[in-house]
Design a protein around this ligand. Structure first.
Ligand code: SF4
Length: 208
């Protein structure tokens, strides 16, 4: 693969995995990840959504690290661009401007009501998000803490729980549950996840 550029799409969960894989290329900020100015032709410092090319010496020295970082990203938001955008392709893909059409009054009213419905859905009622982590070395625990922090941005109240000692029967009363669980060794589950898994997979387990 010959890399031309790399950028960060929406949805970064600031887990630091890319910075660990390629610290000269990625810098994780409070709420996203930036491509460093020293590796970019345009010298910018942002997510590089304009897909500025990487410097030739960076491409030859760090392509493997960049691909490793993209592979390590748990939410697949590191976008590796292999070819520079050609002007012809851009012209071909450029959308044809549409003539704005008058929106019938009834449809406009309906849109407002739908918008209000979505806002209500996102802001009212039970806003809890229970995040259970199964972690052997601490990475899943750290990721869970970051997810709980990020949840605030979506109007949710995240609570992090160790899977060890978590009351399995309480799951049926939870509104939203997110399980973050790693594997280690040859695919074994973390020690702290084992008891909950045994309870969940037992024949006598309640149907949730
Ligand atoms: S690995 Fe992905 S999610 Fe994690 S900080 Fe980097 S871009 Fe964000």
């Amino acid at each position: 693969v010959t890399i031309f550029s790399v950028y960060i799409d929406d949805g970064c969960i600031v887990c630091d995995a890319c910075e660990e894989a390629a610290p000269d290329v990625f810098e994780v900020t409070d709420d996203t990840c930036f491509i460093k100015p020293t590796v970019r032709i345009d010298g910018g410092f942002d997510r590089n959504m304009d897909q500025s090319g990487l410097k030739p010496e960076i491409i030859s020295a760090m392509s493997d690290d960049i691909l490793d970082a993209a592979e390590a990203c748990p939410v697949d938001v590191i976008m590796v661009v292999e070819d520079p955008p050609s002007e012809a392709a851009e012209a071909e893909e450029a959308p044809v401007p549409e003539t704005p059409e008058a929106v019938p009054e009834e449809a406009a009213v309906e849109d407002v009501e739908v918008g209000e419905g979505i806002e209500q859905l996102l802001t009212v009622g039970d806003r809890s998000l229970d995040i259970l982590f199964g972690s052997q070395s601490g990475n899943s625990e750290d990721l869970s803490a970051k997810l709980a922090k990020q949840a605030k941005g979506y109007g949710l109240e995240g609570t992090v729980h160790d899977m060890d000692g978590f009351d399995f029967n309480s799951l049926s009363g939870k509104k939203r549950v997110l399980i973050v669980c790693s594997t280690w060794g040859e695919g074994e589950m973390p020690d702290n996840a084992e008891e909950l898994w045994q309870q969940a997979s037992a024949d006598s387990a309640p149907q949730l």
